[in-house]
Design a protein around this ligand. Structure first.
Ligand code: PFF
Length: 459
């Protein structure tokens, strides 16, 4: 029925979409964030809630987001406006696109700073800084980096420039190729690290920490964090996957591609956890060390393994690439919107958004040194002021609300004919399963988590 074309182009194949969407999903969220929030929230039970969220909330919303994107074939703001109009709904639905654009911009501002840490670590590892260094030594190298705003600004600037350049050249050229090579390499290096972790005498303890649930450690805040992380790690709820869907050929199956992307993303996160926690326990480090966790554990492993300088350097290079392919998807929705609505060309649009993100990144940079302050959120103490606020506001609030709105739109406000047409599997069992999830299970799950946090309900 409906098949428009996007003015921004189209992926060359289904595989290209899978790679790009996986490139967006697999990033700092998997390797940096997942281990440290798991560490802060007590391990197993948190991981279990996260996995449940990926299945009952993440995959159905990813399908909804891709189908909305492909049907509209425009930036999220214009797609929501167009589909609302076509389905005879109120134009207010475009607010989903607006909030996504703001969320993307807020996320890129801190994401780029952390990607800058990874960039800095490429050079530290390559020059052998970590060879033979003790756990204390590694920690002090990390602290001296994050408490130096000028150095952080330099790395943040480099990452923002890299991201802006790719977005300014359009998603198709370069990116498809890059992800095709980089993703398998990243995967292999993670396996090398898991191999190293297996040889520490704490591998079992690491596994137990990740996989044996202790529900008494689960606070309402932890449940929200786990759900928020499912959105963050799958790049859901802000229009990144929607815009990637808008470049997806009509013939591709939305269900299969979504499941593949979610599986790969989850696998990378679990492998990262299996590599990191044994090293944490074997070296008497703190699992709840916060955002610096991987920057204090992995260099230890690299500093003590044969070939560590090479593997370590490669690893941080790939981490930068993983962050890069995610970073571009954070800017793309806003850039596409500027191109569509303001008649600006892509290069200008990308530059403008890049500069805005860069400027705002200064807030995060300062939050690790002179602007740092502590506060309590849902029973946990946060130490890095504005950085934590931005993280909570986007991952734990804006993305789940955005995703909720997309699920409700696809499940209740689009006609069954439209969604069935777009998913292309007729009135099959899979379609009905998705429809049920997106109409009832997903919205209820998101709302229950929020109500529980607000203390309205208590389990
Ligand atoms: N999914 C990315 C990660 O796990 O690092 C982060 C991200 C990218 C979040 C794009 C949201 C987004 F739209």
């Amino acid at each position: 029925m409906t098949d428009r074309t996007s003015i921004h182009g189209q992926w060359s194949s289904r595989l290209a979409f899978i790679l790009a969407a996986t490139g967006s999903a697999v990033g700092l969220g998997n390797i940096w964030k997942f281990p440290y929030i798991t560490g802060e929230n007590g391990g197993g039970a948190f991981v279990l809630v996260y996995l449940v969220c990926v299945v009952i909330v993440g995959i159905p919303i990813m399908m909804a987001e891709v189908l909305i994107g492909r049907r509209g074939r425009q930036s999220p703001i214009n797609t929501m406006r167009l589909l609302a109009h076509e389905e005879s709904r109120h134009g207010i639905w475009q607010i989903v696109g607006w909030s996504g654009m703001v969320a993307g911009f807020l996320i890129i501002s801190f994401y780029s700073v952390i990607a800058g840490w990874a960039l800095a670590y490429v050079f530290r590892t390559a020059s052998g800084t970590f060879t033979g260094v003790t756990a204390d030594g590694v920690s002090s190298i990390f602290s001296s980096l994050v408490s130096d705003p000028e150095r952080l600004l330099a790395w943040h600037t480099i990452f923002m420039v890299m991201t802006t350049i790719v977005v300014s050249r359009g998603v198709r050229s370069g990116l498809e190729q890059a992800v095709r090579v980089l993703m398998p390499l990243l995967f292999m290096l993670l396996l090398v690290l898991v191999g190293y972790a297996m040889n520490t005498d704490k591998f079992d303890e690491g596994l137990a920490f990740l996989f044996s649930p202790n529900f008494s450690a689960l606070t309402p805040g932890a449940v929200l964090t786990a759900m928020g992380h499912a959105f963050f790690t799958l790049s859901l709820g802000m229009g990144a996957i929607m815009i990637y869907g808008s470049y997806l050929p009509k013939s591709a199956s939305i269900t299969k591609t979504s499941v593949v992307v979610a599986l790969m993303d989850t696998l990378v996160a679990l492998l990262a956890g299996m590599a990191i926690f044994p090293i944490v326990f074997a070296n008497g480090l703190e699992a709840g060390a916060g955002p610096g966790l991987i920057f204090q554990t992995l260099p230890l492993a690299f500093g003590h393994m044969p070939g560590g300088t090479l593997f370590g350097t490669l690893f941080f290079v790939l981490l930068v690439f993983a962050a890069w392919t995610s970073g571009i998807s954070l800017l793309e929705p806003a850039v596409a919107w500027l191109v569509e609505n303001q008649g600006v060309n892509r290069v200008r649009a990308a530059t403008l958004m890049g500069i805005l993100g860069w400027l705002f990144g200064i807030v995060t940079i300062m939050s690790f040194s002179s602007w740092a302050f502590e506060f309590d959120f849902a029973g946990e103490t946060k130490r890095s002021g504005m950085f934590d606020i931005l993280d909570i506001l986007t991952a734990n609030i804006m993305l789940p609300l955005g995703g909720l709105a997309m699920a409700v739109f696809a499940g209740w406000f689009m006609s069954r004919d439209s969604t069935m047409d777009e998913l292309g599997m007729g009135d099959s069992l899979v379609f009905r399963g998705w429809f049920f999830l997106v109409r009832y299970v997903t919205p209820v799950a998101v709302i229950v988590v929020f109500l529980q946090l607000l203390g309205v309900i208590d389990f």
